[in-house]
Design a binder for this molecule. Structure first.
Ligand code: SF4
Length: 250
């Protein structure tokens, strides 16, 4: 049986995530985004890593709401190509990017935590907690969105396959909306080609999912392999934690 949840924003009213997610199960991402913009307006924001295919969701959302807030979590260990790419996209498309930084100086952090080789990370969980999750949580607290648009897809991991297009996220205290959830890699690629959207510069070098620069965290992906297979290769880790909502068990 589906359950309705009272939104903390009276104008938004009651949202039934299960029936809405069912309604959107076969919908085009643009239809989901139209609903989100009409429902949440300026209360909407999106996160983006400015990774391999990030311009797909940015393009979809900014067509409907050009001034939407786009949050980039800067851990201090992003590829320099990512930051250059973000600045280029910000200028070219007039994006409203809000960059949130780790409180830690990247070099000092490695020294203090005994990380002697910057190309690898021995304590991945600790580093993600201190330099990624803290930054994300701080950004969400400060920006207090009514709804958060994210680029997860069901075919990326078992965790993501259990997500719904629209669901309440207790961690962010907002609705989490995943317009690309039921799209596959090929549909993203075709959308980007059709709209002549740029890929991250490392995409051509085989990086199909791009996070931080240590080899522990991002490697090129085998051509016929899992698109996220280059993330934390060899570790039992598929998520940095941003998309994990402990409160909802997701
Ligand atoms: S992905 Fe790697 S470098 Fe980035 S915050 Fe997590 S452990 Fe640190």
């Amino acid at each position: 049986m589906s359950t309705s949840i009272d939104s903390p924003t009276p104008a938004i009213g009651r949202i039934d995530p299960e029936s809405i997610s069912q309604r959107f199960a076969a919908s085009a991402p643009s239809d989901i985004i139209r609903w989100a913009v009409d429902t949440f307006g300026d209360g909407l924001l999106m996160t983006s890593s400015f990774g391999a295919e990030s311009m797909c969701l940015i393009h979809l959302l900014t067509r409907a709401k050009p001034d939407v807030r786009i949050v980039l979590v800067n851990t201090g260990y992003l590829f320099h190509q990512t930051l250059i790419f973000m600045e280029e996209m910000r200028r070219r498309y007039g994006l409203n990017v809000l960059e949130y930084h780790s409180h830690h100086d990247p070099l000092v952090y490695l020294t203090v935590h005994g990380e002697t080789d910057p190309r690898i990370r021995r304590d991945v969980e600790g580093c993600c907690r201190d330099n990624k999750n803290e930054v994300f949580d701080r950004a969400m607290r400060e920006l207090a969105p009514a709804a958060w648009v994210r680029g997860v897809r069901a075919d990326q991991s078992a965790t993501r396959s259990r997500m719904q297009v629209v669901q309440w996220n207790t961690r962010v205290n907002a609705w989490a909306i995943s317009p690309l959830l039921n799209w596959n890699h090929r549909q993203i690629f075709e959308y980007m080609k059709y709209h002549n959207l740029p890929f991250h510069p490392l995409w051509q070098q085989g990086y199909t999912s791009i996070g931080c620069n240590p080899e522990t965290c991002t490697r090129p992906t085998a051509t016929d392999g899992d698109p996220r297979g280059g993330r934390w290769g060899g570790l039992d880790k598929k998520e940095c934690g941003i998309h994990l909502d402990q409160g909802a068990g997701i």
